[in-house]
Design a protein around this ligand. Structure first.
Ligand code: NAG
Ligand code: NAG
Ligand code: NAG
Ligand code: NAG
Ligand code: NAG
Ligand code: NAG
Ligand code: NAG
Length: 475
């Protein structure tokens, strides 16, 4: 018998390599688990990315209005974008949905074209299974001109739970909660700031939905609440929607951001977080208010660098433009032009059946860039955390480093974590800025890659095209 030495040697070598590889993999794996377990924990809605959808316009079959089924069919798109919540801004029945989507008749009935209660629940279940929570806009005003009465809550008993049958809003919350809705934007709550039932109502509502289910309110509401009731109110809401006035230029934007950061919401731990938004059902489309539609990518990257939760209005990630009804065929539908349908690639279907216009233009190439940014955000406490809390004192972890002439530079940090910088050109001309007195060196991690930027960047001359933002990790 002869030993096959070459074979034995080869096998030994492979075994050795495999063992080495295994050990390296173990160390790498350990590094990653250590790294992620060190990230400060937050609630599911804090620092995450939401996506606001007009369900009738999201995914429609030829000649039909979009519906819940279409929404869950597009779940892979939402997952790829990295959104943690989908906010449906309008699902309730109105005499002529969707044209008169604002004229709702109740907070419990779904517009029949969107689907049944069963298909709604099926959609919620499917999105939940992918870790995407469903949030609803609950338009309280003008459906209610004053809040329905509640018996003051006695915290020691559940007395008020006995009377909620008489209260429509409470009933609606209970119904949607049992369909696994994870949050509500209480639209129009600012109309009730002087209502004597406001704080008891909020307490009751929060008790009905539970701690894990969130309430979003507008910045306007927060700015007008009576001071003596503010603690009760802050304790029962979770996010405050702040719309960034990006179209008004960098000075306004900088002031808006610093006012919020110096305000009540950032003053101590346990306050509601900010929910930043750029577009919404109530505003013109981002692509139409910026100098160029492609500026939506720069604006979105900038928004995704802010401290707090961020919301993307459907289509803003692809620079979707409002319907262009040149002939003014349907003047009566003007109020819906920004609610155009998503022009999915490979889909020939025309615009929404009720809208006489061409397909809106959109840039789907922007999607992978937004996805890269949501992923970076999700794993970087420097970006997703809203403040640094040291010895019980809240400190901002964001600073505007440069703000002039349509050019904005913001830095984000967190103790013992990498720091990031976003540089944005919000104007309509190419700009080059010298930041070498403010920053040293870093690597580009997310950018639209117009000039295929070198991965290292010199702060001596940062040059950006109109509508471009680059995100840089500092050395
Ligand atoms: C769901 O998302 C949260 C972040 O909001 C994350 O902590 C959690 O691990 C995710 N769960 C799954 C099953 O992916
Ligand atoms: C909604 O209702 C108001 C008041 O009844 C009415 O003036 C308005 O035209 C309606 N909106 C639509 C889009 O039908
Ligand atoms: C009140 O009702 C809630 C929800 O049903 C329940 O979790 C809680 O334990 C009740 N509290 C008291 C004091 O009975
Ligand atoms: C609430 O009261 C204040 C002071 O009286 C008033 O200025 C404000 O307009 C009122 N707000 C609403 C929404 O009624
Ligand atoms: C916010 O606070 C910082 C530090 O105290 C200050 O430099 C800045 O001017 C303040 N901004 C506003 C808008 O008050
Ligand atoms: C769909 O579109 C993508 C990119 O837009 C393209 O790569 C793919 O080939 C298309 N598929 C069909 C069936 O047209
Ligand atoms: C957007 O379009 C303008 C005008 O065509 C162009 O100058 C600019 O470089 C583009 N910006 C981005 C971010 O693609």
């Amino acid at each position: 018998m002869t030993w096959n030495w070459p074979l034995i040697r080869t096998i030994s070598m492979y075994m050795f390599l495999a063992a080495m590889f295994g050990m390296v993999a173990m160390v790498v794996g350990l590094m990653f688990t250590l790294k992620s377990s060190c990230n400060p924990p937050v609630e599911w809605y804090q620092g995450s990315v939401f996506y606001e959808v007009f369900p009738a316009s999201f995914y429609n079959r030829e000649g039909q209005v979009g519906n819940f089924m279409g929404l869950w069919q597009q779940e892979p798109y939402l997952s790829a974008l990295g959104v943690r919540g989908v906010r449906l801004n309008s699902i309730f029945a109105s005499p002529n949905y969707p044209e008169d989507y604002e004229n709702i008749t109740s907070l419990t009935k779904i517009a029949p074209v969107l689907g049944s209660k069963e298909s709604f629940e099926l959609m919620v279940k499917r999105l939940d299974s992918k870790n995407i929570s469903v949030i609803l806009d609950l338009p309280l005003y003008p459906l209610y001109k004053q809040l329905p009465s509640v018996i003051a809550i006695n915290t020691k008993s559940n007395e008020s739970f006995l009377t909620q049958e008489q209260n429509d809003i409470a009933k609606a919350l209970q119904q949607w909660r049992s369909s696994n809705v994870k949050g509500f934007y209480l639209k129009g709550l600012e109309y009730f700031v002087n209502d004597s039932k406001l704080h008891d109502s909020l307490r009751l509502w929060k008790r009905i939905v539970g701690q894990d289910c969130i309430f979003i309110v507008s910045e306007e509401f927060i700015n007008n609440i009576p001071a003596d009731k503010s603690n009760i109110i802050y304790n029962n809401i979770d996010l405050v929607d702040v719309r960034l006035k990006i179209e008004q230029g960098v000075q306004t934007l900088t002031k808006q951001i610093s006012d919020i950061q110096n305000g009540t919401l950032f003053s101590k731990r346990g306050m509601p977080w900010v929910h930043w938004s750029l577009g919404s059902v109530n505003t013109n489309r981002l692509a139409n208010v910026l100098p160029f539609a492609n500026g939506t990518i720069g604006a979105t990257l900038l928004e995704l660098m802010l401290p707090g939760t961020t919301s993307i209005f459907y289509g803003d990630e692809i620079g979707l433009q409002a319907v262009n009804d040149k002939e003014n065929e349907r003047q009566d539908l003007k109020h819906l032009h920004h609610l155009t349908s998503m022009p999915w690639p490979n889909k020939t279907s025309k615009i929404l059946p009720w809208m006489p216009a061409e397909r809106s233009s959109a840039i789907f190439d922007q999607v992978p860039i937004v996805s890269a940014m949501t992923r970076l955000r999700a794993e970087s406490p420097s970006i997703y955390m809203n403040t640094v809390n040291k010895d019980g004192i809240n400190k901002a972890n964001m600073e505007v480093k440069y703000s002039a002439d349509d050019f904005l530079v913001i830095q984000r940090w967190y103790p013992r974590m990498s720091s990031f910088v976003v540089a944005s050109n919000l104007g309509s001309a190419k700009k080059t800025v010298d930041l070498s007195t403010l920053l040293y060196s870093g690597n580009v991690v997310v950018s639209p890659g117009i000039d295929s930027k070198p991965s290292t960047i010199s702060f001596k001359d940062i040059s950006l095209w109109p509508g471009e933002s680059v995100v840089i990790v500092l050395d």
